[in-house]
Write a protein that binds this ligand. Structure first.
Ligand code: KIV
Ligand code: ZN
Length: 557
């Protein structure tokens, strides 16, 4: 039997809190927006194959402001010239709105802290973000230091931050501390080190402190992280003046769940990136988090109503791709190819229109695509060989105004699927319309009616005199009676073509796609036990009916 079991190689490197922390399980959903901090320009940028240039960072920064971020980690100014220059540009060119805070990252080393404060000189509103690693693995393997020594790194960094803030008179600066690799740290130790830093910084209502508890590496199921967060929130000193922040990475693919459960467990703030760019598997995707809230009816306080522009900017400046199935933003996330999904969506849309309903309940679409700047036409119902009559009919109706009779939609559906199957390709609406025209509409070969005259008889019947032109060039004239014009024409054609058929379906509607309204008629006839369909379109409803009939006759094989 196939197996990937490497005896003893892996084990669970996380720690549960010392007592059960499961109060958060009683909460059902995230009922208000957290404070959001975008780390696209720092954590996201440091994970790119080619980091963003100054101009690219500026463009992305402006977009983040448009979306509504009030806190943006703009870089690690002491780490590179570009980062430093970017920070100075924002400050010197007055590019930081009054209600926005820029955040800068620093390690706990004096020259780095000093340079960081130089970088933010003159800034009206900044967060200095200090971090050091606290996990067992980092303590043992990277730093080879005891817990006390690790606390000392954090505390000395915290003191230096305080000293530089005081010396530089930067009273507009608040502090953030991250016990980096929190998820590999014993919760009691993480608490001890955070409390030690808080003792130095002494948070107040006016100058709160952010304690950021990162999932630097995702190691556990999301509920374990949530329990750790509940434990931290319950035991942290100065809690009322501390903003508890989460910073999940996505190694196990659960960063969104970590964030959501962490918020239930008491956190106040989220650090993440758009579309989840970031180290390795990325940071938590803020787009998904915010839109998850939105689709629960909660205002996320971020505006993603123009998703296509955000995707375009993001892909250009980061040189990354938004995956086609990335929640809410991917190219295919609203697309339904399968017949049963298309059918349900088409019916759901119709129901919504009929009920004039405000509430969005369309099956298979958790979000109205228009809310993120996407269209129904082209984005939702997409046609390939998996598609069904419902979707194909819906598309023809929405884009070209034709509402086919149920049975005709079925016939057309098979025809379209078969074309797509043979081409092994998706079909665009224009191609679908071409198939419709070619197969049914105003067909004049091998028979075309060039003239038709009607006479009303005393008994109420109609006599039609019809001139038919055959594809050989020959003209045939014939007269016949019927209980209506169409019936009379049908009888005349039976005669002239020596054909036996019965009229089975007749439907018509106005086609109001153009300034001059036209009529469309659909007819099915039965010949030798088989059904043939035709459609006619004309400004005169009688003529459109006759054209539909001739088209159906011309389809007899
Ligand atoms: O992932 C992480 O732990 C970080 C810290 C610097 C907060 O990016
Ligand atoms: Zn990170």
């Amino acid at each position: 039997m196939a197996s990937m079991n490497h005896e003893g190689k892996y084990s669970r490197g996380y720690f549960m809190p010392p007592y059960e922390c499961l109060k958060w399980t009683k909460k059902e959903y995230v009922d208000h927006a957290p404070a959001w901090c975008s780390v696209d320009l720092r954590d996201g940028n440091q994970a790119l194959i080619i980091p963003m240039s100054l101009e690219e960072k500026l463009e992305f920064y402006k977009k983040l402001l448009d979306i509504g971020f009030k806190e943006i980690e703009i870089g690690f100014p002491a780490a590179s010239e570009t980062e430093y220059e970017f920070c100075r540009t924002l400050i010197e060119k007055n590019m930081i709105p009054k209600d926005v805070r820029i955040q800068v990252l620093t390690q706990s080393r004096e020259h780095i802290i000093k340079k960081t404060f130089e970088a933010i000189k003159g800034c009206d509103n900044a967060i200095v973000h200090l971090y050091n690693s606290t996990s067992v693995a980092q303590r043992e393997q990277v730093f080879r230091k005891s817990k006390e020594e690790i606390i000392e790194i954090a505390v000395s960094g915290a003191k230096l931050c305080k000293q530089y803030r005081d010396e530089m008179g930067e009273n507009n600066v608040i502090f953030e501390y991250s016990p980096e690799s929190f998820t590999g740290t014993e919760p009691e130790f993480a608490l001890e080190i955070c409390n030690a830093v808080l003792d130095v910084w002494q948070p107040t209502k006016e100058k709160p402190v952010i304690i950021n508890l990162p999932v630097t590496v995702e190691m556990s199921l999301p509920h374990v992280y949530a329990s750790q967060i509940e434990y931290m929130c319950e035991n942290m000193k100065y809690r009322e003046n501390v903003i508890v922040s989460l910073h999940p990475h996505n190694d196990r693919g659960c960063a969104v769940a970590d964030s959501e459960l962490g918020l239930l467990a008491g956190a106040d703030r989220i650090e993440g990136t758009c579309f989840g760019n970031g180290e390795r598997t990325g940071n938590v995707d803020i787009v998904t988090l915010a839109m998850n809230m939105y689709t629960h009816g909660v205002d996320p306080k971020l505006d993603f109503s123009d998703m296509p522009t955000l995707v375009e900017i993001y892909e250009r400046v980061t040189r990354m791709k938004v995956y086609e199935r990335s929640p809410y933003a991917g190219q295919l996330v609203f697309a339904a190819f399968s017949g049963s999904h298309q059918d349900a969506i088409a019916k759901g849309m119709k129901y919504r229109e009929e009920k004039k309903s405000e509430r969005w309940t369309v099956p298979y679409l958790p979000l109205d695509p228009k809310d993120v700047g996407r269209q129904y036409d082209g984005d939702v119902i997409r046609i390939n060989s998996q598609s069904g009559k419902g979707g194909i009919g819906f598309l023809l109706q929405k884009q070209y105004g034709y509402t086919l009779p149920k049975k005709m939609a079925e016939d057309f559906g098979y025809a379209v699927k078969s074309v797509s199957d043979h081409k092994h390709a998706e079909l665009q609406p224009a191609e679908i319309y071409s198939i419709f025209k070619e197969r049914y509409l105003n067909k004049t070969e091998p028979c075309n009616i060039t003239e038709a005259h009607y006479k009303q008889n005393e008994d109420g019947t109609i006599t039609a005199k019809v001139t038919a032109k055959m594809s050989s060039g020959e003209f045939r004239i014939c007269e016949a009676d019927g209980n209506g014009r169409l019936n009379a024409v049908a009888n005349a054609l039976k005669d002239v073509l020596r054909l036996d058929f019965t009229l089975e379906t007749y439907e018509e509607h106005a086609l109001e796609r153009h300034s001059t309204s036209e009529a469309v008629s659909y007819i099915s006839i039965v010949h030798n036990g088989k059904t043939y369909w035709g459609a006619g379109r004309h400004s005169d409803i009688i003529v459109s009916g006759m054209k539909a009939l001739v088209s159906a006759i011309n389809n007899i094989d």
